[in-house]
Design a protein around this ligand. Sequence first.
Ligand code: 5GP
Length: 191
Amino acid sequence: MKELEDKILEKGQVLNHDVLKVDSFLNHQVDSQLMYKIGQNFYEYFKAQPITKILTVESSGIAPAVMTGLFFQVPVVFARKHRSVTMNSDIFVADVYSFTKKVNNKISISKNFLQSSDNVLIVDDFLANGQAIAGLTDIINQAEATLYGIGIVIEKTFQKGRQMVEQQQIPIKSLARIAGFQNGQVIFAEE
Ligand code: 5GP
């Protein structure tokens, strides 16, 4: 997605050999118009699928996931990293190792919001080693729901996540694919 790549080049900051900071439009301040177009792109790619629910992980997945849900006209559910006091014990739980924070999180989704009849599209901000996707996939399996695809805003092709997703033969669409960082510059993967 050209507009997203331009935004990454203009505003992204390469923090070290494997982390891109994009908090001016995705991870802290959110560019709502860009998110709208991101939702539209995921919809165009997956619209032939009978999606009934969008799943993501709080907090940075929520903005692109909500915009995608708007186009599909389906609810969006975000897995919580911290269990809310209002969540009763009827929850699905999975372990996720956080790439940026280097800690193990438990993510949870209330059983009220994911049923075996659901056809799920996962949307997330980044794909690095695929831990967030693995956790969400685990929860979808626990619910006996069906995973139809994965929409990623920014994929880093040099990390393990893409390989993991492809091994499981899950359709995936990434709107920007980063092949690496060189001298503080982002290098996009060839199509
Ligand atoms: P994974 O589970 O695929 O290893 O990592 C995915 C999660 O880690 C994303 O949801 C995102 O929050 C975070 N993450 C991974 N790589 C980056 C990065 O380069 N920059 C930022 N800002 N977040 C990242």
